[in-house]
Design a protein around this ligand. Structure first.
Ligand SMILES: Nc1nc2c(c(=O)[nH]1)N[C@H]1C(S)=C(S)[C@@H](COP(=O)(O)O)O[C@H]1N2
Ligand SMILES: [Mo]
Length: 237
């Protein structure tokens, strides 16, 4: 079927029927994976001796939005991470407050769809308890990490800021971290300082750096082009 289809192109022809078939298969695979692994399963953990290559910085590595430059200039001291939208109690945390919360470290593998991977130690605080503290409203299905501080793309109608999302199940997994430490050091700008998310299991592009705001929501269609993230808006899973 694929061999016969000249216009088969995942990224460009979004109305292509073959693409539609594969997207439906994707939904099934995702549901089957969920049924098999459950809500609390952990991604594979590695030993310290397996840490390799540092963590190769990729895509945005030094955001230039005025807000980010300002915060970077003061070591992110006044920076507050927000949890808003469909919550009973909107919350804000400074970096110091996050660092004083229970912390957790994990050595995991980061896989980029471009074909490389790194094994690194991530330190941070779990997102799940913070969502509980904010009291997520009933009906919430997703968490949108909207937006990130980096303007990944500049267009005539303005900058496009990176964003990503996950469902609530992934947001609440024990290994889902608001991470501020990498390989026993403070997370550097090139890897997403001051806070980047780690959603182990997920591809590299689902690990948003330069996290600004977290919004629990019931629907993703009003964000970006409605496909759940910056790269998914271009046709990624
Ligand atoms: N804000 C933001 N997050 C991002 C990206 C980005 O460009 N901007 N790139 C993604 C991609 S494709 C990958 S592989 C990883 C790279 O993370 P690293 O630079 O820490 O290796 O970050 C992801 N998160
Ligand atoms: Mo990536």
């Amino acid at each position: 079927m694929l061999a016969d289809c000249d216009q088969f192109d995942f990224l460009e022809s979004k109305d292509n029927q073959v693409r539609w078939v594969i997207e439906q298969a994707n939904v099934l695979t995702y549901r089957a994976q969920r049924a098999l692994i459950g809500d609390q399963a952990l991604a594979h953990k590695y030993a310290a001796s397996e840490i390799r290559q540092g963590q190769r910085p990729n895509r945005s590595t030094d955001p230039t939005t005025p807000e980010y430059m300002f915060l970077k200039g003061q070591d992110f001291a006044s920076r507050k991470l927000k949890i808003t939208s469909m919550v009973e109690r909107p919350l804000e945390f400074t970096l110091d407050e996050l660092r004083n919360m229970p912390s957790r470290s994990q050595i995991t593998r980061h896989d980029c769809v471009e074909g490389w991977s790194c094994i690194a130690k991530w330190t941070g605080t779990q997102l799940g308890p913070l969502l509980n503290m904010a009291r997520v409203k009933s009906g919430v299905q997703f968490c949108v990490y909207i937006y990130c501080f980096d303007n990944i793309q500049r267009t005539l109608s303005g900058d496009i800021l990176y964003y990503e999302s996950s469902d609530l199940v992934d947001a609440d997994r024990p290994q889902t971290l608001l991470s501020y430490g990498l390989n026993n050091k403070i997370l550097l700008v090139r890897n997403g300082a001051p806070v980047r998310l780690r959603i182990e299991w997920a591809w590299g592009y689902k690990q948003p750096k330069y996290l600004h705001t977290i919004e629990p929501v019931d629907d993703l269609s009003s964000f970006g082009k409605g496909k759940s993230g910056y790269w998914p808006d271009f046709g990624y899973d």
